[in-house]
Design a binder for this molecule. Structure first.
Ligand SMILES: [Zn+2]
Length: 54
């Protein structure tokens, strides 16, 4: 099963989420972010989990 970045749509092969990727649970939904989006949005992800304004 591949993982897809919920922000940019990039995909990662393999069953395990790459260490550089991250995920967050927002409003009961699991969101996965690739390494690039994690870096770009690190402050938003760590700050507030509400990403509706994206
Ligand atoms: Zn991404």
């Amino acid at each position: 099963m591949a993982h897809t970045c919920d922000f940019c749509g990039r995909q990662a092969d393999g069953d395990v989420l790459p260490l550089t990727w991250s995920f967050a649970v927002e409003n009961g939904r699991t969101r996965i972010y690739c390494d690039q989006c994690t870096r770009t949005n690190a402050r938003s992800i760590e700050g507030r989990l509400d990403s509706d304004w994206w």
